[in-house]
Design a protein. Structure first.
Length: 50
């Protein structure tokens, strides 16, 4: 099932697998916010994608 993370900055990150979602959320956090995001934090923010 696809999942999505809505960042407070307004970006929504969607992926079909947990691994892909974590990779994309971590890349966004580092590139846009200069923050490291753990796998656990990325998955805890995930919601089912519409």
């Amino acid at each position: 099932m696809a999942k999505a993370v809505s960042c407070p900055c307004g970006e929504t990150i969607k992926a079909d697998t947990d691994d892909e979602l974590v990779r994309l959320v971590q890349a966004h956090g580092k590139a846009v916010h200069n923050q490291e995001v753990s796998r656990e934090d990325a998955l805890s923010m995930a919601q089912p994608a519409d």
